[in-house]
Design a binder for this molecule. Structure first.
Ligand code: MLT
Length: 413
């Protein structure tokens, strides 16, 4: 019998979203009459069709593959140059960020990249995460053995947790002891907060001063509506020396099922080998990707390229404003019931303070039982998420309006 990776045994419960799915399935087993009425506002999965420009490009790409002259087999592991160039031109150069096409790595998802990046980092780093946090950052560190076991609140030994709550305006304090790696996500999942230039500069300066690496997840940058909020960490001087950035086509162009994302690993960004030598992370990530990854399909990369066409840009702007309007409807309906809400202005997530002192899971149950709405309990994102619940604005307008009508009539506090 093979031995197993015992680190998996340290993990608390299931991964959050399958765990919610399990509880909803249990509920519908005992309440079959409610099944048809359930409105899922838990996982942040898009509902609207792909932008037309992407669909047309993907159809054409299928046709390309049907002819010998335009057929493509394995693509470059780092992604096709035409997509990487389009990304650099539109997402970086236009915002004054110094990022080269050879620093972009196309992938099948930010979640995967946030997890896989640990392949090239040592196991002796001190790692900081915000609390609450996107669970993937924590669980993947547990899986590879970078943490101890969890305490009663679900906090893993060895990690440095930086609370983000209403009390500190959802802005984490800098760590009081030096850390080697910091995960930051802005616009934030789950709290829906954003980071100002000053906040990000504080982190970049901290990282430069302490030789830390920032893993910056910008999967929701398209949702920024507030002026002056950076969309990329590379808008901050000195970030190239300290940060890797993760981006995705999932939330702006609806590629959650189609799968396409990218990671920026600047050349010159280094980590330390055991003999103290500085080694370029770009070189290691390229080596990792070319060994373990065969790239995203030609068809999907052509679809992603079309995001940057004029029509594609208009269509994704339409999608983003559709979900942001959902967020506005959710926020305003909840406020009318007397609840305290955060986020949902520059993010597709609304972060709710649970009413009447309920725990996150109690409020999850109240919502499910009384309104047949599924949210995500804040405590599932970390101990400091206790007392909050997240609603996702990724849904049809009809569902959002129906859900808010139900909440309004049942849950006024
Ligand atoms: C979420 O609901 O937090 C996201 O959908 C998770 C993800 O993008 O992987």
């Amino acid at each position: 019998m093979p031995t197993i990776n015992n680190n998996f045994l340290k993990l608390q419960a299931g991964y959050l979203f399958p765990e919610i799915g399990r509880r909803v399935a249990e509920f519908t087993k005992t309440h079959p009459e409610a099944e048809a009425k359930i409105i899922k506002m838990g996982i942040g999965d898009v509902t609207e069709p792909l932008p037309e420009a992407c669909v047309v490009a993907m159809h054409k790409a299928v046709d390309d593959l049907s002819k010998r002259g335009s057929f493509h087999g394995y693509g470059p592991e780092q992604g096709y140059a035409w997509l990487r160039e389009a990304i650099v031109e539109n997402d970086y150069r236009s915002r004054g960020c110094d990022v080269g096409a050879d620093e972009i790595f196309i992938s099948d998802g930010s979640k995967c990249d946030c997890a896989n990046i640990l392949d090239i980092l040592g196991h002796d780093n001190t790692i900081a995460v915000t609390d609450p946090v996107y669970p993937v950052y924590v669980d993947t560190n547990v899986m590879v053995g970078n943490t101890g076991g969890a305490d009663e609140a679900g906090r893993y030994g060895g990690l440095v947790y930086l609370p983000v709550t209403a009390e500190n305006g959802f802005t984490p304090e800098l760590p009081t002891t030096p850390v080697d790696i910091i995960y930051l996500c802005y616009p934030n999942n789950p709290t829906g907060s954003v980071a100002s230039k000053e906040t990000l500069k504080k982190w970049v300066d901290y990282a430069n001063e302490h030789g830390s690496l920032i893993l910056f997840d910008a999967a929701y940058e398209a949702y920024i509506t507030e002026p002056g909020i950076p969309r990329s960490i590379y808008e901050i001087p000195g970030a190239r020396e300290v940060a890797i950035e993760f981006r995705s086509f999932s939330k702006n162009a609806g590629f959650t099922g189609t799968r396409c994302a990218f990671t920026v690993v600047p050349k010159g960004l280094t980590g330390k080998a055991s003999d103290g030598t500085g080694i370029e992370l770009h070189r290691l990530w390229q080596r990792r990707q070319s060994t373990k990854f065969n790239g995203v399909s030609y068809i999907v990369q052509r679809g992603a390229e079309a995001v940057y066409s004029e029509a594609g840009q208009q269509q994704i702007a339409g999608l983003v404003s559709f979900y942001l309007e959902n967020a506005r409807i959710i926020r305003e309906a909840l406020v009318r019931t007397g609840m305290t809400v955060f986020g949902g202005v520059s993010a597709p997530y609304v972060w709710i303070k649970t009413p009447a002192g309920q725990t996150s899971w109690e409020f999850f149950d109240t919502l499910l039982n009384d309104t047949h709405i599924v949210g995500t309990p804040g405590s599932g994102f970390g101990a400091s998420g206790e007392g909050y619940l997240r609603l996702s604005a990724f849904n049809s307008r009809e569902n959002v309006e129906e859900a808010m009508q139900r909440i309004g009539s049942v849950l006024a506090v």
